[in-house]
Design a protein around this ligand. Structure first.
Ligand code: HEM
Length: 230
C-alpha cells in the first residue's frame, strides 16, 4: 500500500493508530483526574466527576489497566520510529533553535524528532512503573495481602512517577498544539507534503522513496510551510 497521496497529503497515522492513541489519551487524562482526586485533598472535589470518592477509588485502577493494554500496543508499534539516531543528538544540541523557532537551522529528522522520542521513552519508563506500583496498591485484590513497607514504597514511587508522567504529558500536549498541523495528523491521519518536508525531512524523503511519489508542484522548501504557534 502506498503511504502517500498527492491529493490528500501523506499518511502519518493509520485509523487504528489514531484510535489507539486517543484511547490512551482519554484514559490517561481520566487517570490524572482520578489520581489527583485520591492523592491530594486539594483535588478531592474531582471525585464528583466519577460519582464520589468510593467509585473514584474503584474505577482508577481499572482505567489504569485499560490504558496500559493500549499503551503496550502503541509502544510496540512506535518503537522503531523512536530509536535515537545521530541527527537526534545534533537536534538536541540545537534545542535553543527549536525553542526560538529557528527551524531552518535544524538538521532534517525522521518520523519523530528528538523531543518526541524523549517523550516516548519517558512514557515507556513511567507507565510500567505506575502499573506495577498501582497493582501493589490495588484494594481489595492485592493491597490487603501486602506488607506495610511495600505499600509505603509503592505509594511513594507511584506518586513521584505520576508527577513525571503528568509533566511529560503537559509538554507533549503543548508541543502538539505549538507545531501547527500535528493535531490534524493525529485526528485525520494525514499531513501536507510541506508539513512533512519542513518538520520531518528524512521521513518525507523515505515516504516518497517508498511510495514513488514526486514532490507535488515542486514546492520550494518554504512554500506552504506550516509555522509554529507561539
Ligand atoms: C490529551 C492528551 C494528548 C494529546 C492532545 C496528544 C496529542 C498528540 C499528537 C497531536 C500527536 C502527533 C504528533 C506528530 O505526529 O507530530 C501525538 C503523538 C504521540 N502521542 Fe500523544 N497526545 C496525548 C496523550 C498522549 C499520551 C497519554 C501518550 C502516552 C502515554 C501519548 C503518546 C504519544 C506518542 C508516543 C506519540 C508519537 C510521537 C510523538 O509525537 O510524540 N500521547 N500525540
Amino acid at each position: 500500500m502506498s503511504h502517500s497521496n498527492v491529493k490528500h497529503g501523506i499518511l502519518r497515522y493509520s485509523w487504528w493508530t489514531r484510535v489507539n492513541h486517543w484511547l490512551i489519551a482519554i484514559s490517561f487524562v481520566l487517570l490524572v483526574l482520578s489520581g489527583l482526586a485520591l492523592f491530594y485533598p486539594f483535588f478531592f472535589g474531582l471525585t464528583a466527576l466519577f460519582g464520589g470518592p468510593e467509585p473514584t477509588r474503584i474505577v482508577h485502577p481499572y482505567i489504569g489497566v485499560f490504558m496500559s493494554l493500549f499503551f503496550v500496543i502503541q509502544a510496540v508499534r512506535f518503537f522503531g520510529d523512536n530509536l535515537i539516531r545521530r541527527h537526534d543528538v545534533q537536534w538536541m544540541k540545537q534545542v535553543r533553535d527549536v525553542l526560538a523557532n529557528r527551524d531552518e537551522r535544524l538538521p532534517p529528522v525522521g518520523k519523530n524528532n528528538a523531543g518526541q522520542k524523549l517523550v516516548y521513552w519517558i512514557f515507556l519508563a513511567t507507565v510500567p512503573v505506575l502499573l506495577i506500583t498501582g497493582i501493589v496498591l490495588w484494594r481489595p485484590w492485592i493491597a490487603d495481602d501486602m506488607p506495610v513497607w511495600a505499600l509505603r514504597w509503592a505509594v511513594t514511587i507511584h506518586a513521584y512517577t505520576a508527577f513525571i508522567a503528568i509533566i511529560t504529558l503537559v509538554i507533549h500536549i503543548y508541543s502538539a498544539i505549538w507545531v501547527k498541523g500535528s493535531i490534524r495528523a493525529m485526528t485525520q491521519g494525514r499531513v501536507s507534503h510541506a508539513w512533512a518536508r519542513h518538520h520531518h525531512g528524512l521521513w518525507y524523503d523515505e515516504v516518497r522513496r517508498k511510495g514513488g511519489h514526486e514532490d507535488p508542484g515542486g514546492l520550494s522548501p518554504n512554500r506552504d510551510v506550516p509555522s509554529k504557534r507561539t
